[in-house]
Ligand binder design. Sequence first.
Ligand SMILES: [Zn+2]
Length: 122
Amino acid sequence: MTRSAKGAAESPGRNVRQKAGLNRAIAGTGWTAFAAMLECKAANVIHVPAACTSQTCHECGAADAASRRSQAEFVCVACGHSASADVNAGRNILASGTAASARRGALASATPATREISAEAA
Ligand SMILES: [Zn+2]
């Protein structure tokens, strides 16, 4: 996300100063501190790898970079499903997080940590 746009001497990058400003803003946001505070406050935080979520069709599961026609438009090359690229990626992230939660037992945290299970109930 914060890769430099500087390029090499033989092939210099484009919009280097703009990308440097974006990198500075991303770094200044403090994602690590935000994640730590969220994990402290929330009952359950699921980390979902974001790789390929914007190129994968939420309807059929086909992953192809060509489906991402523009920054905002997603049209699946396999099934023709079209949606906002952000909405499609968000649905993929939600599905991935829900599946991860189901594998670990999403309701496990419903029991308070301070509750003691008696020997008779166990
Ligand atoms: Zn599709």
